[in-house]
Design a protein around this ligand. Sequence first.
Ligand code: ZN
Length: 408
Amino acid sequence: MAALEIEARDSSSYARAGRLHTAHGDVRTPAFVPLATKATVKGLLPSEVEAFGYDMVLANTFHLLLNPGPDLIDQFGGLHRFMAWERPIITDSGGFQVFSMGHGTVADEIKGRSPHGEAAKRAGAILSIEEQGVRFRSYIDGRERLLTPEGSMSVQAALKSDIALVFDECTPFHVERDYTARSTERTHRWLERCLSWHREHGPAEQLVYGIVQGGVFEDLRRESASVVAASACDGIAIGGSLGAEKEQMYEVVRFAVEELSGEAHGRPRHLLGIGEVDDLIRGVELGIDTFDCAMPTRLGRHGSALVPDPQTRWRIDLTKSSCRQADEPLIDGCPCPACSQGFSRAYLSYLTRAKELTGMRLLTAHNLTFIAALMSELRTAIIAGRLAEVTSALRAGAPLPLRPPQGV
Ligand SMILES: [Zn+2]
């Protein structure tokens, strides 16, 4: 059976709605995948993440490799039992993290900042990039480590995630075309090594996604997408730096999607690290099935709440003085714990400024409820044949139908 069962397609875009079948159940698509980077969605219980409407979370191979280590998780039979989440889990390969140590974060790059604080401590920790893999210094104990394509797959096999991602080099967008071309070719060789390791040793029920690289260069992206599409991977992820501006990012995603024809067209597609509200809407129109991003959870921990207002980039900053005395919920009628239990913006603002854990928890819960409602609205619209109408209303700031999670 194909991993993705497509239930409906939109006639005016590349969008599709479906069900992604995994060993731990189905993921209704299009879907957002919250980050459980270190085997926890920060501040929330698995039962809460599920109640907000999420089918799958994403855990991070690189962090879990360093701490607590794959052997311990393996003793528990894998990540599901270890973190008490019995639904689908996708693990990234560690490629992005290992390379962001050397290049700073993608956000730093987009905003033209040089790494500082934590990022500066991590910067330069890549010792060398070789054909064999990447040599780096652990941020936990300073030891030199080597992460190879086979090593990443073996860690993901021990974690027993439902979906593993192949190990890739995440090239930053400021590098020369020549470097991007050579790096993308190496990523393709690593793809074959990951697939062949998995064929021999990987859990049979684990799906493996290849990763399209190629930077912002149209020919390299298209070439990479066709190489990944021609491989034996179960799904296709689009990674790397997609550009400095949103329009460029959308173009780069379109180049990749357009190359996925024939049998590859029906394979699930994941867009790595993208999750702002307008990007999710456009990503769905571009035919992406699943997305992951730190945005909604990280914003919540730093005092911002998502609201249906494109003029403010869909968010309010509760640390601003305008919120300090506001006796109103974040969104009227929102079923999340922050809005439904009577907490005012003033109280949430106070908790945020006082750095209270309850504030972080409530805002994370609100933001994940908002994103789940957005994805459910997009999915429902595709199935009902109303996507164009719904996306134009959302882009104009229409309120989301916020309802308690239900099985669409
Ligand atoms: Zn809410």
